[in-house]
Structures are given as structure tokens and as C-alpha cells.
Design a protein around this ligand. Structure first.
Ligand code: AMP
Length: 255
């Protein structure tokens, strides 16, 4: 049996009562790891650079191993840029290559740059028209019930590539699940952590392309956009993102 352990933390009360989102985390672990993972989540929610949480919800839920889908890790690459303008230009080019139209790319940037407060989840946009497809408002769609299959091997994998940080770890797991989703063609993301200005574009073709600067220093506004192929069953896609248990495998394990 595996256990989905998930945390959401807010300031000023629960999210559903208007609290400001502080932090969230998603793991899928063995029974003997639950205590350690919960403690780490609690520490993170209480000491976050976005502020101190006064509402912390940690859910532990059993997941049958037979329901777990395995998906491959994306290949990481990095583009170094000097400023946000160059970062956005790099992201635009990568999204174009991934098949997102200029109109939808503009819409993606407008949605993220127009946020006045960070969301808890992601926005789904049509990759052709840029129209918003989910009806979740400020809550967005939260990708959940996923983890890396072999944490020690993944740690080593990231360290040998100079990518050993929690942001990359979590983003690569999330993006791998999302790119395996029915209809998702690409993702654009930058963090809401004021100390982390990098972001990325992920694409269905199998890459996670990190861009070293996609927002100004000190900004606590971040977000995620999933670009979705026209004609996709959005209900089915949201159900996959939220509910399908997924373990992400390193290439070696998958073969
Ligand atoms: P982070 O990379 O954790 O700083 O998150 C950046 C933004 O991505 C957040 O403000 C949320 O809007 C979104 N986000 C974070 N975690 C998830 C998730 N599990 N599923 C969907 N969107 C998320």
C-alpha cells in the first residue's frame, strides 16, 4: 500500500475562507515514511518565506499500488538569462516549438502577470485560442497524488546536474505527471517563492526546460499554466491531474 500525503497551508484562515495561500506539497510514500514526510511538511508550512501559516491541513490517504501509473521523468535543460524580458522571450520560443499558438502564449503570460495573489493550483488554457478551460477561479487545478519512484536515485541524478534544490525536485515530478496527461501539450511556470526567480517550460515531447529568471527578485507572485489541445475532455483531464496516482521513473528504471 502507498499513501498520498498532501499539505496545504494558508495565512488568515483556510483557503476556502479567503486565507492567503502560503505553501503546498504532494508526496506518495510507503507507510514507514509517513511520519517523516508529515514532519517535514509541517516545518515547511511554518517556516515558509511567503509568511507564517496559521492554517495547515495535512491529509493522509491510502492508495492501492495497483492503481499507480508510472510515467517517465522529463529531460532537464537550462537556459541562462540576465533578466525577466529575456526569460520571457526564451519561454515564448519554447512554447511556440511545443505547438502553442502566439495568441495562447500571450494569454498565458497575461494570466500569470495579472495575478494579484498566487493561486493554489494551475490554470488550464486552450493551446490554440488561449481561452481558460477550467472553472476553478482562484483555486485552480491542483496536481496531486504523485512522487518520484526512487528518491535516492533522483537526488543523485539532480546533484550530478547541479540541480539539487527542492523547487526543481518538485517541479520535475509535477511536470512529468502533467506532460503524460491526456491533451496537455506544454506547461509554463514560475515559483511563488520570493527567493526563487527561475521558472520553466515543459513540453509533451519530453523536456523540462529551466529558465533562470522569469520574475523579479523578491516577487511572491507565481503560477502555472497547462496548455491543452483543442477537443480535450477537460473533465477527464482534471480528474487525471487531481486523482490519478503517479510515480515518476528515471529513464533507466523505465526500460
Ligand atoms: P511553486 O513552484 O510551488 O512555487 O508553485 C508556483 C505556483 O504553481 C503556485 O502559486 C500555484 O499556482 C501552482 N502550483 C503549485 N503547486 C501546484 C500543484 N500541485 N498543482 C497545480 N499547481 C500548482
Amino acid at each position: 500500500m502507498l499513501y498520498s500525503v498532501r499539505m496545504r497551508a494558508a495565512q488568515g484562515g483556510p483557503h476556502e475562507a479567503g486565507g492567503r495561500h502560503i505553501s503546498g506539497a504532494e508526496r506518495l510514500v510507503l507507510a514507514e515514511q509517513i511520519n517523516t514526510v508529515m514532519t517535514a511538511m509541517l516545518d515547511r508550512a511554518r517556516g515558509h518565506s511567503r509568511g507564517s501559516a496559521d492554517f495547515i491541513n495535512i491529509t493522509v490517504e491510502a492508495v492501492a499500488e495497483t492503481s499507480v501509473m508510472r510515467v517517465p521523468l522529463l529531460t532537464p535543460t537550462t537556459t541562462c538569462v540576465d533578466n525577466v524580458t529575456d526569460g520571457q522571450a526564451a519561454a515564448t520560443m519554447l512554447l511556440r516549438q511545443a505547438g502553442v499558438t502566439p495568441k495562447a502564449i500571450t494569454s498565458g503570460f497575461e494570466h500569470l502577470l495579472g495575478l494579484t495573489e498566487s493561486m493554489r493550483g494551475a490554470i488550464l488554457l486552450c493551446a490554440a485560442t488561449g481561452r481558460r478551460l477550467d472553472e476553478r477561479g482562484q483555486r485552480g487545478v491542483r496536481v496531486s497524488r504523485m512522487d518520484i519512484a526512487d528518491a535516492a536515485a533522483f537526488s543523485h541524478y539532480l546533484a550530478t546536474r547541479g540541480l539539487a534544490n527542492i523547487h526543481v525536485w518538485e517541479a520535475m515530478v509535477l511536470a512529468a505527471k502533467a506532460m503524460a496527461a491526456p491533451g496537455v501539450v506544454a506547461e509554463l511556470c514560475w515559483s511563488d517563492d520570493p527567493d526563487y526567480v527561475a521558472g520553466y517550460v515543459a513540453a509533451k515531447s519530453g523536456y523540462y526546460h529551466r529558465i533562470t529568471r522569469l520574475k523579479p527578485n523578491g516577487s511572491s507572485l507565481g503560477g502555472r499554466i497547462f496548455f491543452v489541445q483543442p477537443g480535450t475532455d477537460v473533465g477527464r483531464l482534471i480528474s487525471y491531474l487531481e486523482r490519478q496516482p503517479v510515480l515518476v521513473t528515471l529513464a533507466k528504471e523505465g526500460t
